[in-house]
Design a protein around this ligand. Sequence first.
Ligand code: PLP
Length: 345
Amino acid sequence: MKNLQDLLRPNIRSLKPYSSARDEFHGEASVFLDANENPYNEPYNRYPDPMQRALKERISVLKDIAPEHIFTGNGSDEAIDLVIRAFCEPGIDNMVTITPSYGMYEVAADINNVKCVRVPLSADFRLDAGAVLDAADSHTKLICLCSPNNPTGNLLDREEIYRILKYFNGIVVADEAYIDFAPSLSLIRGLVSYPNLIVLQTLSKAWGGAGIRLGMAFASPWIIDVLNKIKYPYNVSLVAQEHALALLKRENRMEDQLAVILNERARLGEALGKLPFVRRIYPSDANFILVRVNDADYTYNYLVGRKVIVRNRHRVSLCENCLRITVGAPEENNMLIKALNEMTL
Ligand SMILES: *Cc1c(COP(=O)(O)O)cnc(C)c1O
């Protein structure tokens, strides 16, 4: 394994980060005259904790990992962008990802002028570690994997992910936005064996907090320090930190909702299976179902006419005539099923 330090872009390695007032002093005091804030309109007149300490304490308990291993940001999308900016020299370095998968990896790479090589999954959406490793060259700094994968819904084979972590001389990002819906443990436990691993999770899916924008990255303290060094000083607003903490304190509510959604996923799968124009339902470890129909564009437009919006993935590689359907609340799923039962070809 290469020295991780050598993977960093030289300008990031030598960066002297901005030090905010709240970095310099954090703790109890009577009078804060250090950040040019307006003293009125409590509490949002004050800058938030730039290191989100209270929030990370709670995440630390929930995920059973020390706070030094945790980064929190403005959605997982912030972490994806920061990882690319830390490790990939624009115009020189590249990253490897899989296809079909989450579109943001490639967009974030494009914005940073970093080439993104996409390795196709098999026809039944399985990961081939050998193919991914073969696609990497001496300028590949990053491999981005998504498990459970979006839009296919399946967990990637754990042994294949471990093979990539073991043989790739660079950073491996494992995006676990949907891990709460999956019958498998997070890769967070793998951090002790793989210093090149970054696990991404989010409050946007199972926790029901997409609107507050709170993403998490779990990695070695060295990688977390790098991300903290290059993030905006106050990257998570006070409103988001408070709301995130409130959500994370209500673990039981999340688990109750999760149980309903998993139950609905099974029910929706069965109902879809009875429709004459459904050709294939892909098994899901997430809160959505990918389904192949006879004519995705027609079905999508029909559903729009019935005021039900699903995601048309027809133009995504390996997803011809596929729709990605989020598992909603029981009433919402009933409306979808009713509309589909009434569709005439
Ligand atoms: C929804 C989703 C996310 C979440 O992104 P946020 O910026 O945290 O809302 C991340 N990765 C994948 C694959 C997703 O589908």
